[in-house]
Write a protein of this length. Structure first.
Length: 345
């Protein structure tokens, strides 16, 4: 499911904020968002901008975001966490939003773009380097779960199913594949070449790490199978190396059967990864899904298994792979708001 950074939504609920006379908290989808008191009402359509949206500050409506370069972040006002920006439709003067319906995507119309953290080699300290073969392979899917606050209906549609919870590692998206006897390594958006310098040193950290752990040989040991392996690359220079790792490590969370066009169920995924001596992301628990959005947000809080620092969040997937009519693959994330506040995200 493609993320809607800006969309038409209705105000689900309004609640006062203690010791705050000028603001209140609105619920939109599953998000809590601080708004000016009296500016919106329950049931009123608004334009809602999700966290990580970058708004065009050349428009008068968004000039107040110039200091943050137009980016919407998680903030706390009078003790209330606020995620996103909700405005009455009439606030937007450069487009007529009155003709749109609830849940319509107006991201492109309003000139909103998505904030993307720099990949290694783009200012993070680790070296991406080298060249790419091309864009991310068409026979695989990029890793980018949607936040449950954006799709709260998922909780009702799949209530009672067994899900496993894994820790979301704050690193850089890593994908490897063996397809038609070709082995490849990808960043989030690119299929990377194995470039070397004049001394034979591999230039980019993705390939360097894969070679260090003998990933190609491990994958080929499974036989003549076309598979994709996806995980999170963490270590020095990546996302400020919050876990204090002294070397690069890959924490795997997906194995994809390219021929069958499906991800492996939890049991098979663990058997494959552990069977070839690789490391999965921390698997925290298995639960029966019977929770509200707010309860899942509370579950996201806590410390990382890797180091006693605030964890980035948690990922939910059914123990038996399943699909959702809106999401496609049934998988979603819950980001720890305390992590977002600490790192000003």
């Amino acid at each position: 499911m493609e993320r809607k950074l800006a969309s038409i939504q209705k105000v689900v609920d309004l609640q006062p904020i203690e010791n705050a006379d000028a603001i209140e908290v609105a619920t939109i989808l599953g998000w809590h968002c601080v708004v000016k008191k009296g500016e919106v009402e329950i049931g009123q359509p608004v334009v809602y901008f999700e966290v990580d949206s970058i708004l065009p500050t050349d428009k008068p409506e968004f000039a107040f975001l110039e200091k943050s370069h137009g980016r919407i972040k998680t903030i706390k006002l009078r003790g209330q966490i606020s995620q996103g920006l909700a405005l009455p439709l009439s606030t937007i003067t450069y487009q007529d939003l009155s003709v749109f319906n609830e849940d319509d995507d107006v991201t492109e119309l309003l000139g909103v773009t998505k904030y993307e953290p720099p990949e290694p080699g783009c200012g993070g300290g680790a070296n991406l380097g080298g060249r790419s073969r091309g864009n991310f392979p068409h026979f695989l899917h990029k890793t980018d779960e949607i936040r449950i606050q954006s799709v709260p209906g998922v909780l009702e549609r799949h209530r009672g199913k067994k899900f496993y919870i894994s820790e979301k590692i704050d690193g850089s998206s890593f994908t490897s594949y063996l397809n038609e006897d070709i082995f490849g390594i990808c960043s989030r958006n690119l299929d990377l070449m194995r470039d070397e310098d004049a001394d034979g040193n591999i230039k980019n950290v993705f390939w360097k790490t894969a070679v260090k752990i003998g990933l190609e040989d491990r994958v080929r040991s499974l036989g003549n199978l076309n598979l994709g392996f996806q995980g999170e690359l963490a270590g020095p220079g990546i996302q400020k190396n919050k876990y204090g790792l002294t070397d690069y490590e890959i924490f795997f969370f997906n194995v994809y059967d390219i021929d069958e066009h499906k991800y492996l169920d939890l049991h098979d995924f663990q058997c494959v990864i552990e069977g070839i001596g690789l490391r999965t992301v921390p698997i925290l628990d298995v639960i029966e899904l019977n929770h509200t959005v707010d309860q899942l947000v509370e579950m996201s809080k806590g410390s990382s298994i890797l180091k006693p620092v605030k964890r980035e969040g948690i990922i939910f997937r059914p123990i038996i792979e399943d699909f959702d009519p809106k999401l496609g693959r049934l998988s979603f994330k819950v980001i720890n708001p305390e992590f977002l506040l600490q790192h000003k995200e």
